[in-house]
Design a protein. Structure first.
Length: 382
């Protein structure tokens, strides 16, 4: 009995030792392989994590670089906007320089068109650039943009505003060009109808010009500006010429003529004689007015003219006002168009009160009706 128990215990011990020996042998044989697989899995996980971190870091770098580029782009656009505003302000100054002479000419329109004093022409306004405040009011690109509207969108809105101003200025310049051309054609016709050479009115000496050379662009606006400046310059020269011509009627109203210029039957001798002016119907004492600005050459009794005023308008052009009952000016006095120079009468070789009116070029009498008709046409064409 004891032996059987001892044998059973020995067998169990032997089996346990066999199992332990087998497990130890398996561990010794397969330990390195399991450890290698474990290390391989860990290395793969580590490599995958590092690759993901690298990808995220590269993405962050790209986003940061894009933001920097966008910010630099916005700053560049803002600088360009400020430069464009300066250019638009310079353009506006040029436009005002072209339109300001028109206001001065409007005040002198009575002499240049035959209109009575006080009649003025309305000028079309020129668009003025909006006060965008690019150089002082634009936000800092690094600052947080306003809620609901990003900084690039705000810059785009300012760009659109400047584009609109530039378009308005181009339209205004085109209007100035077309208007000056049209007026130059009208004034050129007035001078041509009078048979006058514009060269006789050229100033004796042009004003001095100079300054440093600052080149500008050669775009559509600049090309149009050069054309407008030339057209406005020609128009202003013609205005100056026409303003000095005797185009205004010396008698207010349209009472008509009692005698034309040219050959006629003399009212005293009943023979054929040259009438060197026109006789304008007027009541005794009615005001006689200067037909254009000038200098009084004489205001005295002059034989058959009776009491006569002669006005020198420059460039060889003069006018005479005869048979006056009274003088309102004296020799050497400067007069303006429409200014009263005397009173209608019947002194000298006259049969009844009227105004004998003459126009002379280089001392020779010409038909005053040429000038009066030109003045009436110029007034109607305005």
């Amino acid at each position: 009995m004891v032996r059987r128990r001892t044998a059973a215990a020995a067998g169990a011990l032997f089996a346990l030792l066999a199992v332990w020996a087998s497990a130890a042998t398996w561990f010794i044989v397969f330990h390195d392989d399991a450890l290698a697989r474990f290390m391989t899995r860990q290395s793969a996980l580590q490599y995958a994590y590092e690759e993901r971190v690298s990808a995220l870091r590269a993405r962050l770098d790209r986003v940061a670089t894009q933001k920097l580029l966008e910010q630099d782009g916005v700053e560049t656009r803002i600088a360009e906007l400020a430069s464009r505003q300066v250019a638009l302000e310079n353009r506006q100054a040029m436009l005002l320089g072209l339109t300001e002479p028109a206001a001065d000419a409007a005040r002198d329109s009575a002499a240049s068109t035959g209109a009575l004093p006080g009649r003025t022409a309305r000028q079309k306004p020129v668009p003025t650039p909006e006060a965008l405040g690019l150089r002082s009011e634009l936000p800092d690109p690094a600052a947080t943009p306003a809620p609901g509207l990003s900084l690039p969108l705000r810059v785009a809105g300012l760009e659109a505003s400047l584009d609109a101003v530039a378009a308005q200025q181009s339209l205004a310049l085109d209007r100035i060009l077309q208007s000056s051309r049209s007026e130059a054609v009208r004034l050129r016709r007035v001078v041509a109808d009078l048979g006058l050479d514009p060269g006789r009115f050229a100033p004796p000496r042009s004003a001095g010009l100079g300054g440093p050379l600052v080149p500008v662009g050669a775009g559509a606006f600049e090309t149009l500006l050069v054309q407008a400046q030339r057209s406005v310059g020609e128009r202003d020269d013609l205005r100056r010429i026409v303003r000095g011509l005797p185009l205004t009627r010396p008698i207010v109203g349209d009472a008509g003529l009692s005698s034309q210029y040219g050959y006629r039957v003399d009212p005293f001798t009943r023979g054929l004689a040259l009438h060197t002016g026109v006789d304008l119907k007027a009541e005794y004492g009615a005001p006689a007015r200067a037909a254009a600005a000038g200098t009084v050459v004489s205001a005295d009794y002059a034989g058959g003219y009776g009491n006569m005023v002669e006005i020198d308008h420059g460039h060889g052009i003069a006018t005479r006002y005869a048979h006056l009952s009274a003088f309102a000016v004296s020799p050497g006095q400067t007069v303006e168009a429409g200014q009263i120079i005397g009173r209608v009468g019947s002194t000298g070789r006259s049969t009844a009160p009227h105004l004998h009116y003459e126009t002379r070029i280089d001392g020779e009498p010409v038909d005053p009706q040429r000038f009066l008709r030109a003045g009436a046409w110029a007034l109607a064409a305005r």
